[in-house]
Ligand binder design. Structure first.
Ligand code: NAG
Ligand code: NAG
Ligand code: ZN
Length: 381
C-alpha cells in the first residue's frame, strides 16, 4: 500500500516534469547515441563511408486515397522490386476526408506504409501554426485510431506524420507525437543542408536545422525522429521541398527534362553523403504532368536496378539509422514482412456528418459508422 502510493507519487512527479519543457542543449555525440538518440548532422550513421552506405529513396504521396488516384499507384508501384529482390516501399500520408479505406487496406497489404496527415486537413495555415496540444491530439492522435479502425490495419504499423501544408506548431507537434506514440515526422524542410544532406535525427538536443516554416521546436523533446525534407533545386536553382512546388520546371510533357531534373537532384545525394533521397509529391501533379509521370517510371526502373539503392517506406529509414549496417549486409537481409489484414468491404452511401451539410460516400473494412467520422468523433459513433 505504502509502496504503491510512493510509486504513484513518483509517477506524478515524473509526469509533471515531463510536461515542463526544457530548452534543448547543444548536442554531444558522446552522450546522444543510437538507437534512441542522434544529433542533427550530415555525418553518415555508424561512421560508414559513402560507398558502404545504402542510398534510400523515400517516395511519398499525400492526401486522400481514392478510387481515382489508386489507378496511378497501381500502375506505378505494384510488383516493383529493389535490386535485392525485396518489394519496394512507398509512404502514404493519408487525410481522412474522401478517403476510401478499402484502398488504404489494399496499399497496406502490398507492403506500403500508411501514415498520418490529419483528419480535417483544414485549409488555414494559422489553424495549424497555432494548434494546441489538444487540437493536434484530435486531428492526428485520433486519426491513428481512425485509420487503423476503418482500414482494419494494425495500429502499431502507423508511425509517421506529415503536417498539413508542412505547418508544424513548434514544440507542441512533438509533444503530441510522443503521446500518440508516433516515431517520425516528415514535414520539416531544409534548404541549408542539401549538399551534403541532413540525416534523420532526434530532438533530445538542439537541432541545427534551418527553420523554413516557423515555429520550429527548441525544447528537448525525446521520442520523435525528424526526417528532414531535403529540398530539391529546380531548373533555376530555386528550392522546392515538394516536387510539385518546383517553380521552374520542364513543363507537363517534357519527359527528358523531368528525368534530368530528377537525376540531378538524386545525384546530389547518391554521389555525396547518401542522405535519404526524398521524392515528395501529390498524385494529381503526376497526372497533370504526363512527362513527369513517364520520367518517374523511368527513374524508378533505373534505381530498382542499382545494387546500392533501396526504395523503402520512410519508417525503414529510421530503423536503419538506429542500427546502421553496410550496404552489402543490408542487401542480403531478409525482406520486410507484414501480416496481411482482411477487409470486409462495405460501402456506406449517403452518410452525413454534423460538421458540414455535405453528404458522403465512404468505403470501409467494417460496419458503416453512424455519422460521417470527424474531429471529436473519429469513429463516427
Ligand atoms: C518551446 O519550448 C522552449 C523551452 O520551454 C521555449 O523556450 C520555446 O519558446 C518553446 N517554443 C514555442 C514555439 O512554444
Ligand atoms: C456533433 O457530434 C458530436 C459527437 O456526436 C457531438 O458531441 C456534438 O455536440 C455534435 N454537434 C452538433 C452541432 O450537433
Ligand atoms: Zn496535404
Amino acid at each position: 500500500m505504502k509502496f504503491a502510493s510512493v510509486a504513484l507519487f513518483l509517477a506524478l512527479i515524473a509526469f509533471a516534469y515531463a510536461r515542463e519543457l526544457q530548452l534543448a542543449e547543444p548536442c554531444d555525440e558522446d552522450i546522444c547515441k543510437a538507437p534512441m538518440c542522434r544529433c542533427s548532422s550530415v555525418n553518415i550513421p555508424g561512421g560508414l563511408a559513402p560507398r558502404d552506405t545504402p542510398q534510400f529513396v523515400t517516395l511519398t504521396f499525400d492526401d486522400a486515397v481514392t478510387v481515382s488516384n489508386i489507378a496511378t499507384y497501381r500502375s506505378l508501384l505494384y510488383n516493383r522490386k529493389n535490386k535485392n529482390n525485396c518489394p519496394i516501399g512507398t509512404t502514404f500520408f493519408v487525410t481522412h476526408e474522401y478517403t476510401d479505406y478499402t484502398i488504404v487496406n489494399e496499399l497496406y497489404n502490398r507492403g506500403f506504409e500508411i501514415a498520418l496527415h490529419s483528419i480535417s486537413h483544414k485549409a488555414d495555415q494559422e489553424y495549424w501554426r497555432d494548434a494546441s496540444y489538444e487540437r493536434l491530439m484530435r486531428e492526428i492522435g485520433d486519426q491513428k485510431h481512425q485509420v487503423a479502425h476503418f482500414a482494419n490495419i494494425p495500429i502499431n504499423s502507423i508511425h509517421g506524420l506529415r503536417s498539413p501544408f508542412l505547418q508544424m506548431s513548434g514544440n507542441t507537434t512533438y509533444q503530441m507525437m510522443a503521446s500518440a506514440d508516433l516515431t517520425y515526422d516528415l514535414s520539416w524542410p531544409t534548404i541549408k543542408y542539401t549538399n551534403p544532406g541532413l540525416w534523420p535525427y532526434t530532438l533530445h538536443y538542439q537541432s541545427i536545422q534551418d527553420c523554413i516554416i516557423p515555429p520550429c521546436p527548441t525544447a528537448s523533446l525525446p521520442g520523435t525522429w525528424i526526417i528532414p525534407m531535403i529540398s530539391w533545386s529546380d531548373l533555376e536553382g530555386g528550392p522546392c521541398s515538394m516536387v510539385d512546388t518546383c517553380y521552374y520546371n520542364p513543363g507537363p510533357d517534357n519527359e527528358e527534362g523531368w528525368f534530368n531534373l530528377i537525376l540531378k537532384n538524386f545525384e546530389r545525394h547518391y554521389l555525396n553523403n547518401r542522405a535519404p533521397f526524398g521524392f515528395f509529391i501529390h498524385e494529381w501533379y503526376v497526372r497533370i504532368n504526363p512527362g513527369l509521370g513517364r520520367a518517374l517510371t523511368r527513374f524508378l526502373d533505373m534505381i530498382n536496378n542499382l545494387n546500392d539503392v533501396f526504395m523503402v517506406n520512410a519508417n525503414e529509414v529510421i530503423n536503419w539509422v538506429q542500427n546502421p549496417i553496410t550496404v552489402d549486409q543490408y542487401a542480403k537481409r531478409q525482406c520486410k514482412s507484414w501480416t496481411p489484414s482482411q477487409c470486409r468491404q462495405t460501402a456506406c452511401n449517403g452518410i452525413t456528418g454534423n460538421h458540414t451539410e455535405k453528404i458522403y460516400y465512404m468505403r470501409v473494412c467494417r460496419n458503416c459508422p453512424r455519422v460521417y467520422p470527424w474531429l471529436n468523433n473519429p469513429l463516427g459513433e
